[in-house]
Structures are given as structure tokens and as C-alpha cells.
Design a protein around this ligand. Structure first.
Ligand code: ADP
Ligand code: MG
Length: 396
């Protein structure tokens, strides 16, 4: 895979696919992380003398122009971040786009939302050719969109002479790829979040690679149920209990430590002000000081945090996806915050993926102590699940 650094850019028009799919309400941008993540790549291209043509999707306009999903506010915001003007083109193909690009040599142009055309998600060849016609070189820095074979992420690459990954794309593929294929060991994965079903592929793939797999969050309860442990009214995916049993057996067969919580914070309701109890996991093989009854488990307990911390402390590579509890509610945040601190203290490579996990790490105040925070929720999950991402493959 070539990267932006390998290309000669002076005097050339670069079509740069970025992920500017940010929350916008009444024209005001919320979290601008995705825009800021692309700035180094844009700056490098400008410094090398390119005309930068930025293209992104925003929301789900479903193939028709809709002012609710215009990228115009992003152009204004980006101009502030870059400290230079960003011209906005009211269309992403055709004369309207070409005119704005021609008027801004050596500058930055942001094209209107790609998804105003249904041909974008349909990966239509004519549309892809029209995008390619705007530029000399193609750069993809939209890791968050790389798991979809769309016209701007895949189709376009068949109509350009030169293509390369942007700096963000390069970092994502390098860090995630190294963890999967050449991890420094011990390699520990921490998986949590709402559902086993969301992350089944990831669990399966990582079981073949890690030394230890630490499970928390709601997904732990399907595994605990599979081990015959009472889980009260905790979130359990009944149809995945057999799968969980199989994964447990597979871990044993491969000599992977698959760790489940040994204690947890439970409550009679999924509510911020519910009365809580911290009890051991109700298991005949463990000393129990409480029975879950009809309560539900909403966070891992302090004994589990201490146990996981010990395993994490010895790790040389950590991949974390999915919070350990309902960290959005203070009563159920301690487990996730404790694990975040433990991961921050690792002397090795630490990689965080998943939208809520990234938010949790930020909430813990340790984001800048992680090696890499993945910007692509779905894309990083598919990557960790062992899938080839079409947007990455297309750059080869
Ligand atoms: P990510 O976005 O990092 O991939 P997920 O979307 O899979 O993570 O899961 C995050 C959600 O899981 C959070 O909203 C959190 O409240 C929820 N969650 C974590 N533990 C539990 C639990 N024990 N019961 C119910 N929900 C949980
Ligand atoms: Mg999520």
C-alpha cells in the first residue's frame, strides 16, 4: 500500500476521501474529532504543492440532495482548523465541482455530500469515473468508511493512475495490522459492550491470536450463563449461549485465558439512581457473598478490576473494544474507568476501538496515554474480526 508520502504532489490535484461524517445540529458541529484527524494529511498535501479536493459523506440523505445534510458548515469549520480558506463546491461531480477546483489552484476545496447521489453507495462505475475526472491522484484517509465498497472508497480506484493512503488511514492499518499479525507478547484483548452478537467475529478472530481475552460489559452475561452461572435479569443473548460455550472450549483448546468477571455491580433496574449492590459472581466454585436474584449486572466489580489490572499490567500489546459496564451512569462507571487507567499504564502498544470505548477513555482522562485510538467504529471491528476492508484492499 502506497502512502501519501510516496507520491509527487506538486501542481497536482488530489482527490482526498475523508470521513467528515460528524454530528451537526442547526448548522453547528458537535464532536469534530473526525475533521481534526484529517488535518495532518491535508496539511502535508498542501505543503507538497497539491490542490486538495476533499470528499465525504454526511448522514443518510439516501441519494437525494437535502440541505439538512450539507457539508457547508464543515468547510467553514475546517477553514478555522487549517487557518486558510476552504472553498465549498455545491456538487461533488460535474461542472459545478470542476469550476470551484479550477478557481483554487494550490488551495483546499470541499465537495458537497457524496451521498446526495445514490450511485455513491451503489458503487456505480459512471459516478466513480466522474469523481476520478476531478483529479490527478487519489488519496483515501477515510478509515471509518473503508469497510464499505462505495464509489468514493473503491470504485474510483479503478479510474485513477495513482492511489495512496492518507496519514490517518496509514496509522490505522499499521497499528491494527501489527496487533493482529505481529503483536509483541503478551497480547491481551479486552472486549465488552452491549452484545456478543456485535462482536462475535472479533472474539473468534482474536481467540486465535491473543494470550488472554478479558470480557466485561453486558456481553459477559452470555458467557457466564453458558458456564451455568446465575445472571438474574442481566442482558443475555439466549441464541448465543451455545456459541459462547463453543468459544469457551476453543479458548481452552488454544491455551488462551478467557477471563470473565468474578464480581459485579448489580441493580434492580437499568437506571442511574437504582440502589446498587456489589456482589461476587454467583457461582458454586467461588465464595459468594450475595445472590443476584432478579437484579441485573451493570458493571464489573472491584475484584474483577484488580484481577484484570494484573493481567493488563504484564501486557506488551492491548486491544480494547467495548466498555466494562454502563459507564454513562456514574454508579456503573468504576469498572470501565479502572480498566482505562490500567490500559493507560501499560508500557507497550495500546489500541482503543469502538465509539463508546473511545468516549469512555476520554471520560477517564487518559486518551493521550493510548498508543492509538481508532476513528473507525465499524471499520475497526471488521478489521479486528479478520475481514479484508474493501477500501484498504483497493489501495494495494
Ligand atoms: P463500542 O461502541 O465501544 O464498540 P458497544 O457499542 O458495543 O461499545 O457497547 C457500549 C454500550 O454497552 C454502552 O452504551 C454501555 O452502557 C453498554 N453496556 C456495557 N455494559 C453493560 C451492561 N452490563 N448492561 C447493559 N449495557 C451495558
Ligand atoms: Mg457503540
Amino acid at each position: 500500500m502506497h502512502t501519501l508520502r510516496d507520491l509527487s504532489l506538486s501542481g497536482r490535484r488530489v482527490f482526498m476521501r475523508v470521513d467528515f461524517n460528524v454530528p451537526i445540529k442547526d448548522g453547528v458541529i458537535g464532536d469534530d474529532t473526525r475533521i481534526r484527524s484529517a488535518v495532518p494529511t491535508i496539511q502535508l498535501a498542501i505543503a507538497r504543492g497539491a490542490t486538495v479536493i476533499l470528499a465525504s459523506h454526511l448522514g443518510r440523505p439516501k441519494g437525494t440532495p437535502n440541505p439538512q445534510f450539507t457539508l457547508q458548515p464543515v468547510a467553514t469549520h475546517l477553514a478555522g482548523l487549517l487557518g486558510r480558506p476552504v472553498a465549498f463546491a455545491p456538487d461533488c461531480i460535474g461542472d459545478a465541482a470542476a469550476t470551484v477546483i479550477a478557481a483554487n489552484p494550490g488551495g483546499v476545496v470541499l465537495l458537497e455530500n457524496l451521498r446526495f447521489y445514490k450511485e455513491e453507495e451503489g458503487n456505480d462505475a459512471t459516478f466513480a469515473r466522474a469523481l476520478a475526472a476531478l483529479a490527478d491522484v487519489y488519496v483515501n484517509d477515510a478509515f471509518g468508511a473503508a469497510h464499505r465498497a462505495h464509489a468514493s472508497t473503491e470504485g474510483i480506484t479503478h479510474h485513477v493512475k495513482e492511489k495512496a493512503a492518507g496519514l490517518l488511514m496509514e496509522a490505522e492499518v499499521t497499528y491494527l495490522g501489527k496487533a493482529l499479525h505481529h503483536p509483541d507478547r503478551p497480547f491481551v484483548a479486552i472486549l465488552g459492550g452491549a452484545k456478543v452478537s456485535d462482536k462475535l467475529e472479533v472474539i473468534q478472530n482474536l481467540l486465535g491470536k491473543v494470550d488472554a481475552l478479558l470480557i466485561g460489559g453486558a456481553m459477559a452475561y452470555t458467557f457466564l450463563t453458558a458456564r451455568g452461572i446465575a445472571t438474574g435479569t442481566s442482558l443475555v443473548e439466549a441464541d448465543l449461549i451455545d456459541t459462547a460455550k463453543r468459544l469457551d472450549a476453543l479458548a481452552q483448546e488454544r491455551g488462551v485465558r478467557l477471563e470473565l468477571p468474578i464480581d459485579h455491580v448489580v441493580a434492580p433496574a437499568f437506571a442511574a439512581d437504582a440502589p446498587t449492590r456489589t456482589i461476587d459472581i454467583d457461582s458454586p466454585s467461588l465464595p459468594t457473598n450475595g445472590n443476584i436474584g432478579t437484579d441485573m449486572g451493570l458493571d464489573i466489580g472491584p475484584k474483577t478490576v484488580a484481577h484484570y489490572r494484573e493481567i493488563i499490567a504484564a501486557a506488551k500489546t492491548v486491544v480494547w473494544n467495548g466498555p466494562m459496564g454502563v459507564f454513562e451512569m456514574p454508579a456503573f462507571a468504576a469498572g470501565t474507568m479502572g480498566v482505562a487507567q490500567a490500559v493507560a499504564n501499560v508500557s507497550g502498544t495500546t489500541i482503543i476501538g469502538g465509539g463508546d470505548s473511545v468516549a469512555a477513555v476520554a471520560q477517564a482522562g487518559v486518551a493521550d496515554r493510548m498508543t492509538h485510538i481508532s476513528t473507525g467504529g465499524g471499520a475497526s471491528l471488521e478489521f479486528l474480526g479478520g475481514r479484508t476492508l474493501p477500501g484498504v484492499a483497493a489501495l494495494a
